[in-house]
Design a protein around this ligand. Structure first.
Ligand SMILES: [Zn+2]
Length: 295
């Protein structure tokens, strides 16, 4: 794994999930830990090569691709782990992620390492806004993608923005980014549109000092799904009908994992549109249907 200098004492490790490292006096804080044990092993090797010792992992959120290295790294180094309270619950009880996405205890095809990491111990609960312990890092709330996701600003002006923005390649492929809360995501995008940093580092997109176009691309994608859901519901449709329409519209090849990730995003849009007064649920012959302007 390469260790790339972002600015001053702020570094990142590019990969399927971009990871952050902030160093003071040879002691490192890691931002997220990658996909799995193997990522954990590679991170430790990269830190060793720099002769930095690891004090703490800060997890931006609890998705498996951000906490997958926690267990191995914590076992080997005894490092502390910090996260917000809601995300901590999922880091310590990773079966909650497939359970949340599916709505009940998960089954084989959704409980692999892609959606369920190994458990690790969160030693420090942090708030989603303000200083992170005595690290010099500042947590910034970036809700929308998951429960209580945070970004992290370093004293060098580098801003790790987690999964708040996805790259065009992912949006082109799936048509949408996984979203837990549409209203929160819209606010996060508005905030990011005005945010300043020397370098923004999204977890799954290229680092850049200019994220305006990426913010717009993500907002357009979110609004496109919202508008499509509204259009589908011109004739009452079930959540399953809406998901099927989007899957065909975006040419998704569904499998159980892809299905539940699409499902949560559809549900997020329905919650948002219901609270906006644009759609209402009703029941017909045992089906929950969504429509416009119904009583
Ligand atoms: Zn991610």
């Amino acid at each position: 794994m390469d260790m790339v200098n972002a600015s001053g004492s702020s570094w990142y490790i590019p990969g399927p999930t971009n990871l952050g490292v902030h160093v003071r006096d040879g002691r490192a804080v890691l931002i997220d830990s990658g996909n799995d044990e193997s990522a954990g092993r590679k991170i430790l090797k990269a830190l060793e090569e720099k002769e930095w010792s690891l004090d703490l992992i800060v997890n931006t959120h609890s998705n498996a691709d951000h906490i997958g290295g926690n267990t191995l790294i914590q076992k080997r180094t005894g490092c502390r782990i910090a996260a917000t309270r809601a995300e901590s619950a999922f880091i310590e009880e990773p079966w909650l992620e497939p359970a949340l996405l599916w709505g009940a205890a998960g089954f084989g095809a959704i409980t692999g390492k892609f959606l369920k990491a190994q458990p690790s111990k969160v030693t420090d609960i942090i708030t989603s806004s303000g200083p992170v312990l005595n690290t010099g890092l500042e947590a910034v709330p970036l809700p929308g993608h998951f429960l209580d996701m945070v970004g992290l600003r370093t004293p060098d002006g580098v801003f790790f923005i987690a999964d708040s923005l996805f790259p065009p390649a992912i949006l082109d492929k799936y048509g949408m980014a996984v979203c837990f809360d549409v209203a929160a995501q819209l606010k996060t995008l508005e905030y990011l549109g005005k945010a300043e940093a020397i370098l923004f580092i999204p977890s799954h997109a290229e680092p850049s000092s200019e994220i305006g176009p990426l913010v717009k691309r993500n907002k357009d994608a979110l609004e496109m799904v919202r508008d499509r859901v509204l259009k589908i519901c011109a004739a009452p449709a079930s959540r399953e009908d809406i998901l099927a329409d989007l899957a065909v519209f975006f040419d998704l090849s569904l499998n159980p994992a892809q299905y539940i990730l699409t499902h949560i995003t559809v549900s997020a849009h329905l919650s948002y549109l219901a609270d906006q007064g644009a759609l209402q649920p009703f029941f017909e012959k045992g089906r929950m249907l969504w429509g416009q302007g119904l009583k």
